[in-house]
Design a protein around this ligand. Structure first.
Ligand code: ZN
Length: 308
């Protein structure tokens, strides 16, 4: 089998990571740049091109196309639109920048879709036609496959699951609305829940800032406030996912992203609250699984996988 290579690029608010990927999902070359150092996105694209050319000339490897994952990346028009963590303007034609500089075809999608495409191509969803990947990190995103196709939607913004409403409805979301599930099921949301339980139990706020990883470690060590925090988070997510399961009847829901490393704690509670809320005919049908690409460079793999 002749190897075909594609460039996968993951543009984040802090870091941009890129890599050359072959069809078996190996990243044979990888690099990164600090996104914040670039006032103009085209300068970032030029630097990625120089870095790739340097690698390509030494190794005699040619790529056939470029896949880009970015927050608010719109597959339909190739533009990053109104991304809150990037400061390059409202509409950035990033796919055109890559195509012009590399003289190769480029595709763009958002980071959660890239994770789902990566799971389908290289991870646990290889043989599934209907599944959802939840990206649990700074925010909450989702990539949705129906009938073996990723759902982009009319405007390219399908899958904004994090901004659907949950029963707990008092927190202000970064999108400007109140009560989005992301205000509970995200790094920021989990820390806030921990602080609220801490205050209710101890009558004061914690002395130091705390991360979701530290809260998870506390929960594993038996800390009741940390256990309560993850339990509440999983119950809110499970209740909400039962709506999604009733609508889409997916074969599996994969948990991906930094917070998904807490899956031993999350998954049993998720299953319980899904089964308490889903239609009886769908009870126990949807698998809840950790991503098989957890802790791999899934964003780069998924972005490149748009071509496989
Ligand atoms: Zn929101």
């Amino acid at each position: 089998m002749t190897n075909k290579y594609y460039l996968g690029v993951d543009i984040g608010g802090t870091n941009t990571v890129y890599g050359v990927v072959n069809q078996t999902g190996e990243i044979i070359f990888q690099g990164n740049f600090n996104t914040k150092l670039y006032n103009e996105p085209i300068e970032l694209v030029k630097d990625i091109f120089k870095s790739f050319q340097n690698f390509s000339s030494k190794n005699d490897i040619q790529i056939k196309g470029i896949g880009i994952g970015a927050p608010n990346g719109n597959f339909n028009n190739g533009c990053i639109e109104f991304a809150p963590n990037l400061f390059w303007g409202e509409m950035i034609p990033i796919a055109d920048y890559f195509s012009n500089i590399f003289q190769l075809p480029s595709k763009l999608t958002n980071d959660a879709n890239a994770a789902a495409i990566g799971e389908k191509t290289f991870g646990g969803a290889k043989f599934m036609n209907d599944f959802i990947v939840l990206t649990l990190g700074t925010g909450l995103g989702s990539g949705i496959y129906v009938n073996n196709q990723i759902v982009h939607g009319k405007n390219g913004f399908a899958g904004e699951y994090g901004h659907t409403k949950c029963n707990e409805s008092s927190r202000q979301c970064t999108c400007g609305k109140i009560g989005c599930i992301e205000t509970y099921v995200s790094a920021r949301g989990i820390v806030q829940t921990y602080q609220e339980f801490y205050f209710a139990n101890k009558g004061k706020m914690p002395d130091k800032e705390i991360s979701t990883k530290q809260i998870y470690n506390l929960a594993v060590d038996g800390d009741s406030i940390a256990i309560e925090t993850y339990s509440k988070t999983a119950h809110i997510l499970g209740n909400s996912l039962s709506n999604l399961i009733n609508i889409l009847d997916p074969e599996a829901i994969f948990l991906f992203g930094g917070i998904a490393n807490a899956h031993p704690l999350l998954i049993p509670i998720l299953k319980e609250s899904i089964n308490n809320n889903v239609l009886p005919i769908l009870k126990g049908k949807t698998k809840i699984l950790p991503s098989q690409l957890l802790n791999k460079n899934a964003a780069v793999l998924g972005s490149a996988a748009m071509w496989f």
